[in-house]
Design a protein around this ligand. Structure first.
Ligand SMILES: Nc1ncnc2c1ncn2[C@@H]1O[C@H](CSCC[C@H]([NH3+])C(=O)O)[C@@H](O)[C@H]1O
Length: 343
């Protein structure tokens, strides 16, 4: 039997994987030179793009040729290039993946350089090795990087709308625990006009979240407040969201967070954990990739459903169901375990 033409040979697979870093950097360079924005604004010839960007024309010509071969750009038949749906996603405008591209090609890239040492188990996460301090300290010391990080988190919104569709939030008071810039809560409240929201995060995130919520749903239906979710979580909610939070923390911290939510929730309350679940979801490869990514960033990781069951159990909760969401994400619905009441 001969190999089918649509499955690449093992050697081609290796070549594709070992050149992955080059692809990351090619895309990163194009975004730094604002190539998709320049093309959208009508500058399509490589030399003109190079001149505007203050870059070397020969280098830009070769970069654009590669990007066309990768399907990021298209030849326009006149010696220039036009955007594709991929490069359109990298333009500097709301909803763009540009900030993700910048972060993954720079800070995150440098953190991954230390993968072998991190996996060997010799000490600090990759980010700390690269930057001499933990990611959270780095972000608190560099306002521009922090803003870029928040925009990148916001851009990774692939499951927000789908969650708002898949789960019934009608009439609910939704508490977004460590809700970040507020994009998820805004999507939920936008879809469910009868629901109200409360977002809790660290001090510096509150104005950002408030602005997102006001812009998306107007004033009055949602509030953002400052607080430490490891201390306590506001009571009075019907649904508690923990989105992209547990992956940053070890088991003991996660149990504490879940326990705080259980104490705050009514007996029929719901706690929704949004994470990539290893071995589950529409795209299991992404969960494994982000599992290692979190290990590089801060020593965290993604968990299996059984591991989430263990955390839930230790916090007096039970897993009710798992809803697969786009891009390898999932929503795990937890409920207070029968017979357990606060505290
Ligand atoms: N002790 C803490 N109390 C409240 N928020 C925290 C704490 N530690 C970290 N955070 C926040 O946890 C968030 C993790 S990023 C996830 C943000 C959001 N849930 C989303 O899915 O987009 C960041 O916004 C941090 O500021």
């Amino acid at each position: 039997m001969t190999a089918t033409t649509d499955s690449p040979s093992p050697s081609r697979t290796v070549l594709d994987m070992i050149t992955g870093a080059w692809r990351t950097q090619a895309l990163h360079t194009a975004v730094r030179l604002e190539v998709p924005d320049r093309i959208a604004a009508g500058t399509t010839a490589p030399d003109a793009i190079a001149e505007q960007a203050g870059a070397d024309p020969a280098g830009v010509r070769r970069l654009l040729r590669l990007l066309a071969d990768l399907g990021v750009l298209e030849h326009d038949g006149r010696g220039g290039y036009r955007n594709t749906p991929v490069s359109e996603l990298l333009r500097d405008r709301p909803g763009s993946l540009r900030d993700m591209c910048l972060l993954y090609g720079d800070e995150f890239y440098k953190a991954w350089e230390h993968a072998a040492d991190v996996v060997a188990g010799s000490g600090a996460p990759g980010f700390e090795r690269a930057y001499g301090r933990p990611l959270i300290t780095y972000l608190s010391q560099d306002e521009e990087a922090a803003a870029r990080f928040q925009r990148a988190m916001q851009a990774g919104h692939f499951f927000f709308d789908r969650l708002a569709e898949a789960v019934d939030f009608s009439g609910a008071c939704v508490v977004d625990v460590a809700g970040g810039s507020g994009g998820l809560l805004a999507a939920v409240l936008d879809r469910h006009p009868g629901a109200r929201g409360l977002l809790i995060d660290l001090d510096h995130m509150v104005p950002i979240a408030q602005a997102t919520l006001e812009e998306a749903i107007g004033a009055g239906r949602a509030e953002a407040i400052a607080g430490d979710v490891f201390e306590s979580v506001p009571s009075g909610g019907d649904v508690y969201l923990l989105s992209r939070l547990l992956g940053d923390w070890d088991d003991a911290a996660c149990v504490r967070l879940l326990d705080n939510c259980r104490r705050a929730a009514p007996a029929d309350g719901r706690i929704l954990v949004l994470e990539r679940v290893v071995g589950k979801g529409e795209d299991p490869e992404l969960a494994s990739l982000w599992d290692l990514h979190l290990l590089m960033m801060n020593g965290g990781g993604q968990r299996t459903l059984d591991q989430f069951r263990g955390l839930a159990d230790a916090a007096g909760l039970r897993v009710e169901r798992l809803i697969p969401l786009p891009m390898g994400n999932a929503c795990i619905e937890l409920r207070p375990a029968r017979g357990r009441t606060a505290p």
